[in-house]
Design a protein around this ligand. Structure first.
Ligand SMILES: [Mg+2]
Length: 373
């Protein structure tokens, strides 16, 4: 089998409601899909969200990167995914979101062609289902309290509260109120998305010391290892790194500097599912906890891919964040099913979802790659 075509398709998907977080408001999800076609007609799909403040990539840059990468994938045997990854890195530095979309599409293609689920291409299955983190991030206290109560009633057992938005004291008061609604049986985290200064981060962790949080994610800037370590030293709440993790070396560095007790892994940051699984295995060896996450507004393609990676990770103590349920319209005929706050791993071929080409076309947007003023 040979790949005959690899194409980027930019889409803009409507959100049910905006997600408000530090430094970013997601009102529509601007993502790039990858459709890879083999010479026998088999099609695989991949996806990556634009994430200018996390990976530096936009839909325009990812579209251009995927077009630049296509010649090293077209003509290849898709079954040699390791070889494809070497070829992608040889052709272009960085661009981990674009590369993740290509890598996910190759896994889907190979899985469909061989009748195997993507998780079987990644390793041995360690779990059948994963607890999903309910994201609480509407930007206002009353709305967040109602959202938390609704998600708890829906069966969610793990939560992520978006903070770093208001003054630390106001964020802490909102967090404490949400924790009271959720109770102590739940896994609860607060994600500042780098939104606090050092002083604000220290004020926040002190103000939520007895609120029942299990971890606080990325309180200060991703590059500020010393700041992360100082916050970690100032509290008994575990500190997680997200925006600071772009590869295996970043995980080691955070561990060595005592800058994080755990990490949030995303395919778009690490360059694909294989890198996510390798990172998860390293975390297991280092004794670090793992949250596996999709970017806000990723469709069932990325969410199914994350679920397959979750199925083989050694540890997933900080839960799985899928984001397709926040979309008003997905691109899959049947979005990844979520029941009682959990997702079941699919054993169907490839990603185990059917992309609806009509929905893709409905949400497709034109990307101007070259314009001259
Ligand atoms: Mg995060």
């Amino acid at each position: 089998m040979k790949v005959v075509k690899l194409e980027p398709i930019a889409v803009s998907l409507p959100m049910r409601k905006p997600v408000i977080m530090a430094g970013e408001e997601v009102r529509r999800a601007d993502n790039v899909l990858v459709r890879v076609t083999a010479d026998d007609g088999t099609v695989g799909w991949g996806e990556a969200a634009s994430a200018p403040t996390m990976t530096g990539e936009t839909i325009e840059s990812m579209t251009a990167a995927i077009l630049h990468l296509a010649p090293v994938i077209e003509g290849r045997d898709p079954g040699d995914i390791e070889g494809a990854l070497v070829a992608l890195d040889g052709r272009m530095y960085a661009n981990t979101g674009a590369k993740a979309a290509v890598e996910i599409a190759l896994h889907d293609l190979v899985g469909r062609a061989t009748g195997r689920p993507v998780h079987a291409l990644l390793g041995d299955k360690t779990r059948e289902r994963a607890a999903l983190l309910g994201v609480i991030g509407g930007g206002d206290r009353d709305g967040d309290l109602a959202d938390a109560a609704r998600k708890k009633a829906d069966g969610y057992t793990a939560f992520k509260i978006k903070v770093g938005i208001d003054a630390a004291e106001a964020d802490a008061a909102r967090t404490r109120a949400i924790c009271r609604v959720l109770g102590d049986e739940m896994l609860i985290s607060a994600d500042a998305n780098q939104g606090f200064s050092m002083e604000a981060a220290l004020a926040f962790v002190r103000a939520v010391a007895d609120a029942g949080l299990d971890f606080v994610e990325q309180p200060v800037a991703g590059h500020d290892l010393a700041g992360m370590a100082a916050v970690a030293a100032a509290t008994t709440i575990a500190i997680g790194a997200d925006e600071g993790i772009h590869g295996i070396d970043d995980i080691r560095r955070h561990h060595e500097h005592k800058a994080a007790h755990g990490v949030s892994l995303k395919a778009i940051k690490l360059g694909g599912l294989r890198a996510v699984v390798a990172a998860g295995r390293l975390c297991d060896r280092l004794g670090m906890d793992v949250n596996l996450s999709c970017k806000t507004g990723e469709s069932s393609i990325s969410c199914a891919a994350a679920l397959h990676a979750a199925a083989v990770l050694p540890g997933l103590a900080w839960g799985l964040t899928l984001t397709c349920q926040a979309l008003a319209s997905d691109v899959a005929r049947h979005p990844v099913p979520i029941r009682r706050g959990h997702a079941e791993v699919s054993d169907g071929p490839g990603l185990g979802i059917e992309v609806d080409e009509a929905l893709v076309q409905r949400h497709r947007i034109a990307v101007a790659l070259r314009s001259v003023a």
